[in-house]
Design a protein around this ligand. Structure first.
Ligand code: GDP
Length: 456
């Protein structure tokens, strides 16, 4: 394989920059461009060691650097690797990159280092995918779940299921291939028992995606309410208290700004916050239609009402929209004299989740977080002993596998020949192999790694 190089640190000015190189010619190139203060033959340099010196271009000193050596197979990619720690900054890093290219390295594609780690067998596909999740994590829980996957928790669970199938399939194959031998035929109930067992495991994995999705994507939350109910005051109260990451979704207008707030390590994604703020100037913009749209997209609706005034027609409309949805009703402005209470039947028939707050005085905001935790069982998301599916690709594969378990079961019930059942069992194995990457097309691999950043 070629020798690849890339700047691994984010663009911009920084204390240090890292240029990463991997492949057969790594040490050959580094010997040409790096002059250590204490020169040593490459054979004498141990893996995982660091040397200090200068990067040179012909005779000219480019930068004072530290070079780390990783010797195959003990490196990220399992190939010979070097990491050059240079001064940070766009010019220095680019210059060193150019010198590496000039001396025979090729520019790495996004994710190519991790792709090599996968292709060279150090990690499986699920582990490689977790690297992107860790890098892109927006919350601690998301990062932790990525780390678990990188450690191989998901892969181990998948192997366990595969092993159960294989244990039965081995006997099935013998029965099919050597009918003349006196092998005890695989008992149908043995297959049935196995299918039942793997079905439970697969269903649990599939179910874990509900939590996995929350961890990865956040709870999509819509704050709705008539003008002046207190939406932007509430938003400010939430954002001020929490670490908020504002993201502008690429290619869209200001209309779809989303804001992330982390509560108990779980991101809450508040949709269309621009709309909430813009509504200040153009009151009619935030009509009921808009609320309907937001409510439809949301995992959670926070409907806010001004408790100091009688419910208006608009409020009643909103109550209609939110009926039957996952919703918290907030009675805002409790610092003023209340006209409507939490026992009001018009509210209680919609939901039991009714809280009293004052967005202005930031009173009762904590209770909202507790309520959300309770509604989404956030406290139960325990990453220590559980495998969580956070990746939609994995979720779809598992759903397929469950479908094939079902087909195998039906075939059994219909007393189909054993070779038909064996086909289904093999399909389940293939499905699962797509998660870990044994059975996967080049296109899928390409797509997965294209989502990586450069230098990873
Ligand atoms: P929005 O139109 O729904 O975004 O409402 P705003 O957050 O802009 O609030 C409308 C008005 O109500 C502003 O003058 C706020 O200061 C006021 N307001 C919001 N929350 C409270 C509250 O808890 N108590 C009181 N007294 N006033 C509030």
């Amino acid at each position: 394989m070629s020798t690849i190089v890339s700047i691994a640190t984010a663009p911009g000015i920084g204390g240090i920059g890292i240029i990463r190189m991997s492949g057969e010619k790594t040490f050959e190139i580094i010997e040409k461009i790096f002059k250590p203060k204490n020169p040593q033959k490459i054979e004498d340099i141990k893996g995982y060691s660091i040397k200090y010196g200068n990067i040179v271009d012909e005779e000219e000193i480019i930068d004072e650097v530290l070079v780390s050596y990783f010797k195959a197979p003990k490196s990220y990619t399992t190939e010979n690797m070097c990491e050059i720690n240079s001064h940070g900054g766009n010019v220095v890093e680019k210059k060193i990159l150019e010198i590496c290219l000039k001396n025979g390295a090729e520019l790495a594609e996004p994710g190519e280092f991790t792709k090599r780690a996968f292709l060279n067998g150090r990690i499986d596909l699920a582990q490689a995918e977790s690297v992107i999740d860790i890098i892109n994590a927006k919350s601690e829980k998301e990062m932790k779940s990525g780390i678990k996957q990188l450690e191989g928790f998901l892969s181990k669970e998948i192997s366990k299921i595969k092993q159960e199938i294989l244990d039965v399939l081995v006997n099935v194959d013998v029965t099919i291939d050597y009918p003349e031998y006196d092998v005890p035929e695989v008992q149908e109930n043995e297959i049935e028992k196995m299918l039942k067992s793997i079905n439970i495991k697969l269903q649990n994995l599939e179910k874990s995606f509900d939590n996995g999705k929350i961890i990865k994507e956040g709870i999509k939350t819509a704050i709705i309410g008539k003008p002046n109910a207190g939406k932007s005051s509430l938003l400010n109260a939430i954002l001020k208290e929490n670490r908020a990451i504002v993201t502008d979704i690429e290619g869209t207008t200001r209309d779809t700004i989303e804001e992330f707030v982390t509560i108990n390590g779980i991101p809450l994604k508040i949709i269309d916050t621009a709309g909430i703020r813009e509504a200040k100037d153009e009151v009619e913009k935030i009509g009921i239609t808009k609320s309907i749209k937001e409510a439809e997209e949301a995992d959670l609706i926070i409907a806010i009402f001004d408790s100091s005034k009688e419910l208006t027609k608009e409020d009643e409309e909103i109550l209609k929209i939110i009926e039957g949805k996952k919703v918290i009703i907030l009675l805002n402005k409790i610092d003023l004299k209340s006209v409507i209470t939490e026992n009001d039947e018009r509210l209680t028939k919609v939901t039991k989740n009714i809280l009293k707050i004052s967005a202005l005085n930031k009173e009762g905001i904590e209770n909202i977080y507790e309520k959300i935790s309770e509604m989404f069982n956030l406290n139960e998301i325990n990453l220590d002993n559980n495998v969580l599916i956070t990746n939609i690709r994995h979720k779809n594969i598992i759903s397929n596998a469950i479908e094939n378990v079902k087909k195998a079961n039906e075939a059994l019930k219909m007393n189909m020949p054993i070779d038909i059942i064996a086909i289904y069992l093999k399909e389940i194995l293939e499905d699962l192999g797509e998660i870990t990457g044994e059975v996967v097309t080049d296109d899928i691999i390409k797509e997965i790694f294209s989502k990586f950043c450069l230098g990873k």
